[in-house]
Design a protein around this ligand. Sequence first.
Ligand code: SF4
Length: 347
Amino acid sequence: MATDRDITATIDALPGLDASAPPLEVNDLQVEFRTRSGIARAVNGVSFSLQAGETLAILGESGCGKSVTAQAIMGIIDSPPGFVTGGEIKYRGVDLLKLPESQRRKIRANRIAMIFQDALSALNPVFTVGFQLSELFRKHRGMSRADGKARAVELLDLVKIPAAKQRVGDFPHQFSGGMRQRVMIAMALALDPEVLIADEPTTALDVTVQAQVMALLAELQRERNMGLVLITHDMGVVADVADRISVMYAGRVVEEAPVRDIYASPAHPYTKALLESIPRIDLKGQELNVIKGLPPALTNIPAGCSFNPRCRYAQDVCRADPEPPRFALTPSRTSACHFWKEVKGDE
Ligand code: SF4
């Protein structure tokens, strides 16, 4: 059975692996679903890179392609109907899409982990959390059941589950929503990943518990110098934890920037509308700002700029020209809008 050292040696021996390259880099990723109603282009040219210790938030409404991007990275898209049709997903310079499935699985299991939105359905209801955690160590690290259980207790401690020694024998349904999400975090961290992808990790939780879970995630990320990809539809959640934000709409990244720039002066109408729709205590009693209309069906994306039917800045060029490219505003900032200067307030 493989030990930590064996796994590290196997992964480090991969041809092309470059320890100085980012732990995760996605270039021009394309994912489509071939459905009865047509081809849904769920991810259309998404690119980003993530450094160790950095948090990138991927933001957008449901159906914008955020979760499909994460599933493509983890290799868990149901195929058919889903297909990765182009692009690269690189771990330290090695394109996972070009590796044999067995090697790909090794990297995904040991170096890139994911936390799912719904902990109750992600955990197996018929096994105790201790058993599920210790199985990870048995399977991937060749540990004995007793050693695996001891590590499980350490991990439950790490994610601040009170009385971890006693709770290790409990089943998932015996934990509250917030505690279950902590168990999910423990499972994701079990094999010491370099990259953690958290897909709406706090959506099902109330606001106070949400803040506690986010604080825990941020703390563990700092301690372990992990790269964190945080997928969310909630701009309020990312302000305190993210370094950069990628905003997705209709399968594309429409704006990417350091978090402070986005909050200070968004440069895409969609980002601006998302910011305006955050409820504000000083506007109590006033009608909430909402983005009118819905994101398009991915089988029927509007011609021109995909946001044009909902955009208050739209002009003829937005409907006539192809989808705008990502304009580089600064070396660390892009916007896919013809009128980014007006939106940002530069003109
Ligand atoms: Fe709006 Fe036009 Fe910019 Fe698209 S390109 S976001 S429609 S202003």
